[in-house]
Ligand binder design. Structure first.
Ligand code: EPZ
Length: 427
């Protein structure tokens, strides 16, 4: 397994282009199945999760390519609606295939995607939404078979504004008979991107970005070309790293409007931020101030995907902060690792109590999930001395070569691959 070796204490400086959004590209790649022919997607990052989704689409019979950020998916030879169990377990985002495959074939079989380090990750809202559209759900041990020859539009009320459930229902409803309205829908920018993509293929959807989305069923969708939005979580991660290292960084090709809650918090800590169209500059010349309370919740509130990263900045702040995680029930696994580096954080249920310390110290730590891993990289960049971050494959799921990203901003970070892997290259 790869490791990252970081010599900390260097303020980040320079300019970085933000790559396309993983959490927009994944559902949009799945939605490509709804049209017959070749879909072209631009600004698609080279990430582990993207490659797994492409592999699943190929296993279903599609012909896929991913070159220099452009993905093409030709669905004309698709021949299966059964998502293999091994691939479902490898990436829970394969659940996004349910809606499109059900709409296209009237049947789909998937497997319980299983929980992960951040929580149970149930899919009951997905299944109830598809049932509301007229599908039947059969659960055989871990396998779920969903059938519905003709889906019929209806009103669907989500108990929780689930991102994935909102997206799956949108994709299943685009060719349903009549109108579907999703109440208490998720409002994330990635939902808006999916609506724009589906409408570019001929769907008739309005309301994404609000809590009520209306889908008017159409007969058929056609392939299109589309550009994925910038990744707001990667952008937020870089902004927090710039602040934690007391650096001065410019981000280009980002969308500041997707980051208003983070910008608000960073300004409360004393970080300077300037915004001009798709360019943002972040600079921090002195020790950040603490923030009495941050609560993660669905967009547009503070994103759970930036919770572990902002906790690193707060662990270096002058004062006491409280972080409350309300979206996932197990998303504090980075706390123990940060405490190994000298942080002073205690956890009680879904609240973390952070007493700021003047500095962190390099140590060997382990990434337990994608965003916790990113947080440990930020901590290593800010810490005094050497940090080794292990299990880097978690980070590769959501960041395109994170070491190159921070090297380009002046950081001293190297990736170490096991000798066996280097020998492979020698053969
Ligand atoms: C998406 O996950 C993102 N992943 C997550 O990003 C993100 O953290 C999450 O939305 C919240 O913003 C992708 O888009 C690929 P949810 P998703 O359904 O769709 C519960 C990252 O780091 N729930 O909004 O799985 C669930 O257990 C990843 O990039 C149900 O109870 O999130 C969780 O507690 C991590 N039943 C909460 O809702 C359901 O049927 C939020 O889940 C579905 C969800």
């Amino acid at each position: 397994m790869d490791k990252l070796v970081i010599e900390g204490g260097k303020p980040l400086s320079g300019s970085i282009r933000i790559h396309g959004a993983k959490n927009a590209a994944l559902p949009i790649m799945a939605a490509s199945l709804l049209a017959d022919g070749e879909v072209t997607l631009h600004n698609v990052p080279h990430l582990l999760d993207i490659e797994v989704m492409l592999y699943i689409l190929e296993r279903l019979g599609c012909t896929c390519r991913h070159e220099q950020g452009t993905v093409t998916i030709d669905t004309s030879s698709i021949r299966s609606y059964d998502v293999p169990e091994d691939l479902m377990k490898q990436m829970r985002s394969s659940i996004f295939l349910m809606g499109p495959l059900l709409a296209k074939f009237g049947q789909v079989s998937v497997y319980q995607p299983g929980g992960c380090a951040i929580g149970e990750r149930k899919i009951d809202l997905h299944l109830r939404g598809l049932e509301a559209l007229g599908a039947s759900i059969e659960e055989l041990d871990q396998q779920i078979i969903c059938r519905g020859r003709k889906l019929v539009g209806t009103d669907i009320h989500l108990d929780f504004p689930s991102v994935g459930a909102t997206e799956n229902i949108m994709m299943a409803a685009v060719t349903a008979e009549g109108t579907t309205t999703i109440f208490n829908a998720a409002r994330e920018p990635e939902i808006q991107d999916l609506q724009h993509f589906l409408n570019a293929m001929g769907a008739r959807i309005i309301g994404a970005g609000t809590d009520t989305i209306t889908i008017n069923g159409v007969e058929k969708l056609k392939p299109c070309s589309y550009e994925i939005i910038p990744d707001r979580i990667v952008a937020g991660t870089v902004m927090i790293a710039a602040a934690a290292t007391r650096g001065n960084v410019t981000l280009t090709h980002c969308n500041p409007a997707h980051l208003t809650s983070l910008i608000h918090v960073l300004k409360r800590t004393g970080v300077q931020i300037t915004v001009c169209n798709d360019i943002m500059t972040v600079s921090c010349m002195s020790r950040p101030k603490s923030v009495d309370r941050i609560v993660t919740s669905p967009y547009p509130s503070f994103p759970t995907d930036l919770q572990s990263q902002i906790m690193v900045l707060l662990s270096l702040a002058d004062g006491f902060s409280v972080m409350k995680e309300t979206v996932f029930e197990g998303r504090f696994k980075h706390v123990d690792e940060l405490n190994v580096m000298g942080a002073d954080i205690s956890v009680d249920l879904n609240a973390a109590f952070i007493r700021g310390v003047p500095r962190l110290y390099g140590a060997t730590v382990e990434a337990t999930d994608l965003r916790a891993g990113a947080a440990l990289v930020i901590a290593g960049l800010a810490a005094q001395g050497k940090t080794v971050v292990e299990q880097v494959h978690h980070i590769d799921r959501g960041y395109d070569r994170i070491e190159k990203l921070f090297q380009s901003l002046g950081a001293s970070v190297e990736r170490q691959s096991p000798v066996s892997k280097q020998l492979d290259f020698a053969n």
